[in-house]
Design a protein around this ligand. Structure first.
Ligand SMILES: O=P(O)(O)OC[C@H]1O[C@H](OP(=O)(O)OP(=O)(O)O)[C@H](O)[C@@H]1O
Ligand SMILES: O=C(O)c1cc(=O)[nH]c(=O)[nH]1
Length: 217
């Protein structure tokens, strides 16, 4: 859920400005979930722009404090949210850990990197939510390690129905700085999309799992 429409609109504008949004309908991206998609939102690029990462860091930190108060620890979902998660932790002067998709195969075989005391309250930072599988997997690992996970703040979510339902069914709080609606509205305002691209993105969003590249070629 987006907390503030103005921040959501500004975040979308910044992502478009630095070309973090890529459209490639003729050569679709493969997402972490395996879905094939005409759009990819590369939030990692924000780290390369200090004024933009500061804006995101501050609004994510505000989200954390307003929604849950200061937790004991901030956790980033590896690898995309290690950078932004660390910036948020630093801004709030809190310890930071990060969670791998699975335990490391060598060394200490950790899934959670950093120091986490059992019973600590944790807020998770994620860069992007598509299906929510990666971030909910991190939440599960944290819970298994004895953390009290308060909620999650992310930069962006596609807001797919199934994903919203997944978080709702778990009664797990997710707040995002921006979302797909804000992105498309801003992209239209900024003349970032031509008519065909706008049509494509709207048809894709209705049924992303069955979107067929062949239909638009
Ligand atoms: O909601 P989901 O369907 O799980 O997809 C979103 C995840 O995909 C991306 O990570 P990716 O797996 O590409 O790896 P990275 O973070 O190491 O870049 C992104 O950083 C999220 O963690
Ligand atoms: O689902 C994903 O893997 C994904 C989608 C997207 O737009 N951006 C990203 O970094 N990952």
């Amino acid at each position: 859920m987006v907390r503030d429409k103005e921040i959501a609109s500004k975040t979308a504008e910044l992502l478009l400005q630095i070309k973090a949004i890529k459209l490639q309908p003729q050569d679709p991206f493969t997402w972490a979930s395996g879905l094939r998609s005409p759009i990819y939102c590369d939030n990692r690029i924000t780290l390369s722009y200090p004024p933009i990462r500061n804006f995101l860091r501050e609004h994510l930190a505000d989200t954390v404090e307003d929604q849950w108060g200061k937790p004991d620890v901030i956790a980033g979902v590896a690898t995309g949210a290690i950078g932004i998660g660390m910036l948020v932790a630093d801004y709030l002067n809190l310890p930071f850990i990060y969670v791998r998709p699975e335990p490391k195969k060598h060394g200490r075989q950790n899934q959670i990197e950093g120091h986490l005391e059992k019973g600590s309250s944790v807020v998770v930072i994620e860069d992007l939510i598509s299906t929510g599988k990666s971030s909910l997997n991190a939440v599960e690992a944290l819970k298994n390690a004895g953390a009290q996970v308060k909620g999650m703040a992310a930069l962006f979510s596609y807001g797919f129905e199934d994903t919203v339902k997944r978080f709702k069914d778990l009664s797990f709080d997710l707040y995002t700085l921006s979302d797909y609606e804000q992105l498309i509205t801003k992209a239209n305002q900024m003349g970032y999309l031509n008519e065909e691209e706008a049509r494509l993105l709207s048809s894709w969003r209705k049924d992303p799992a069955n979107w067929n590249q062949a239909l638009i070629s």
